[in-house]
Design a protein around this ligand. Structure first.
Ligand code: H79
Length: 600
């Protein structure tokens, strides 16, 4: 082949490759994000000035929604800007707080639903220029992040903007919001998107250097085309920037969970859980309902054990100080991470199906990390699904060796003096990448069977599935059944306990009715009762409830099959933002989490 021919082939290849690139921009590398596992959210805006109070009245609900909840007209809401002093704003201190806690990225609200920009925008004058602060808080924060090696995530509310009439979402509007009656408001989402939202995204992605993550929120009624425009803007300007799932239509680089929605089993895609430390994202001076530091740490661990990133929120006050309980929580996590971070960063989910009663498991190649939330019964742990011989067992923080034996079953005997308030981590090293059996076994008298460990058989009216957080979805009469199994190694009588959860705006459904087969025992047409609700970090967002439906006796050891179907989803009361009953509705799904067989 002559040189000219070679060159023309090369040229052609080159053209083809570059064409391909412009048509289909490559997805960003998720490496740093998967490795990170832990981030810090910052909600800061004019709502931080109101601090949950309007005209001397406490306003219920999440603080950053105060304009909507208290029906504040823009002309009045704008006045909050003069109180947004940021007088004690020390971005480097925020970044150090995140970094010392072990967070690898920060997500900062550049514009929340209120429409106010926490940076100097040329597109809108509803920005920090209206405050007493001289400077660009975003620029300073980004610089501090860079200095300390923290990745930069920007929150931008791309659909809701209560400052712009064009962006009006009619069901949320009130008379006088834009200085005129609701009937005269004329929304034009395209105009808002083209003239404010997209130009501002462009500002954010061109003025502050490298942005690592764009965090959109509440896509609501956007069309797929509109959502796509928000993704494309990022791909064009910063192709390495990750886009979160809430951009809409599954177009982001990872999936989405609800606010404060903890997954209930290991997940099957990249996911991130965002969580509050109390009941609000934006600062509220009277919200003292703080989760305990250990609970927040355990949420981080639990998320990691499901293969999910955990992003915890702080809501600074208008002067820039972060509430002390939040600082204490971050420091508590940091103290733990100092010696245990290896069990979080770059790990993947618990390889076993078991929900261990003593805590959570993460994994990295040849290593398993057992996070001990409480002392295991008998001070020992049996890892029944473990197939790889253990080479070494030690406490991660101290290096203290832990004795074990792996004959039939791997059994570990823990040191006596562990402080479970500090969540010790047991590190198990194997010679080879860990092999395991994903059957459901009994631990401490409970066989815990995640519904997501089962297989789905579709029904005449469709196919039930699993939500991102691995609760059942679309599960009602006619959408099929779930087949599960467990291993019974101790014959006897077991109580059958069914766990479901609900959205916090729904009451527990009345008349939800299921059929469950456990081995040879058939529980036919059982109406679920609320026999108890767990008091855990989920109780304000997706409360978990159990129903005891009866007992079953196993005469011998062996594999037991289970089969679950729904006869009726029941009805629930839709609760308003403030807990009031709004309407009575038929439910369209039962969110099953797991079944427990509890040895009697
Ligand atoms: O920024 C935080 C929240 O303000 C934001 N996402 C996190 C990260 C968020 N905005 N909207 N939503 C989450 C969905 C929730 C909507 C609700 Fe409501 C607000 C439910 C109750 C109050 C709107 C008003 C729907 C019902 C009443």
């Amino acid at each position: 082949m002559n040189l000219i021919k070679w060159l023309s082939i090369l040229l052609l290849c080159n053209m083809l490759c570059s064409c391909g690139k412009t048509q289909q921009p490559a997805n960003p590398d998720m490496e740093w994000w998967r490795e990170a596992r832990f981030g810090m959210f910052v909600h800061w805006g004019l709502y931080s000035v109101a601090a949950g109070e309007w005209k001397g009245k406490q306003i219920d609900g999440i603080g950053e929604w105060i304009q909507n909840f208290a029906k504040i007209p823009n002309s009045e809401y704008e006045k909050l800007a003069s109180g947004f002093t940021m007088a004690n704003y020390r971005p480097e201190e925020w970044v150090k707080l995140a970094k010392n806690a072990g967070a690898r990225y920060i997500i900062f609200t550049t514009k929340h639903h209120e429409g106010f920009c926490l940076y100097l925008s040329s597109v809108s004058d509803f920005d920090v220029e209206r405050t007493p602060y001289k400077g660009d808080p975003l620029k300073e924060l980004v610089e501090a992040c860079r200095k300390h090696g923290i990745k930069v995530g920007l929150y931008y509310s791309h659909r809701q903007d209560w400052h712009e009439e064009e962006a009006a979402v009619m069901e949320k509007e009130y008379d006088g919001h834009y200085g005129k009656p609701k009937s005269e408001v004329r929304p034009d989402a395209d105009k808002y998107i083209n003239e404010k939202a997209l130009p501002q995204i462009k500002e954010l992605l061109t003025r502050y250097g490298k942005i690592d993550l764009l965090w959109y929120d509440t896509p609501m009624d956007l069309t797929e085309e509109q959502s796509r425009a928000f993704v494309n803007a990022v791909r064009e300007l910063q192709p390495e920037c990750i886009v979160n799932g809430r951009v809409g239509y599954d177009l982001g680089d990872y999936g989405m969970l609800g606010d404060n929605e903890m997954p209930c089993a290991k997940v099957s895609q990249d996911l991130e859980m965002v969580a509050t430390m109390n009941r609000t994202w934006g600062y509220k001076k009277n919200d003292h309902d703080w989760k305990k530091p250990k609970d927040i740490l355990c949420s981080l661990i639990e998320c990691a054990s499901r293969g999910v990133n955990y992003v915890v929120n702080v809501g600074p006050k208008a002067d820039g100080t972060i509430p002390q309980p939040s600082v204490d929580i971050m420091n508590f996590i940091g103290e733990w991470m100092k010696t245990n971070a290896e069990s979080i960063y770059g790990t993947t989910a618990n390889p076993f199906n078991d929900n261990f009663p003593w805590g959570f498991v993460t994994r990295k190649n040849n290593t398993l990390y057992l996070h001990l939330l409480r002392q295991p019964a008998g001070n020992s742990i049996e890892l029944k699904g473990m197939l790889s011989p253990i080479e070494k067992a030690e406490m991660l923080s101290s290096g203290e060796e832990v004795s074990f034996s792996c004959e039939n079953i791997c059994k570990l005997t823990l040191p006596d003096s562990l402080d479970y308030e500090r969540v010790p981590v047991l590190k198990l090293t194997c010679k080879e990448p860990v092999h395991f059996n994903d059957a459901n076994y009994m631990n401490e008298s409970i066989i815990s069977i995640p519904i997501a460990s089962g297989t789905v058989v579709p029904g005449p009216e469709g196919r039930l599935g699993f939500s991102e957080g691995m609760a059942t979805q679309n599960f009602r009469k006619g959408t099929g059944k779930v087949l599960m199994k467990c291993e019974v190694d101790s014959p006897g009588t077991y109580l059958v306990r069914v766990f479901t959860s609900r959205h916090w705006r729904k009451s527990f459904a009345e008349g939800a009715n299921i059929t469950l087969k456990v081995g040879n025992r058939l529980f036919e047409s059982v109406t679920l009762q609320k026999d108890g609700e767990l008091a855990n970090v989920r109780q304000h967002s997706y409360p978990e409830t159990w129903s005891d439906i009866g007992t079953v006796a196993f005469e011998q050891e062996g594999t037991v099959k289970l089969e679950l179907s729904v006869n009726d989803t029941g009805t629930f009361n839709r609760l308003g933002s403030f807990g009031e009953d709004l309407q009575h509705e038929k439910d369209d799904n039962i969110r099953f989490l797991r079944i427990e067989l509890v040895k009697q």
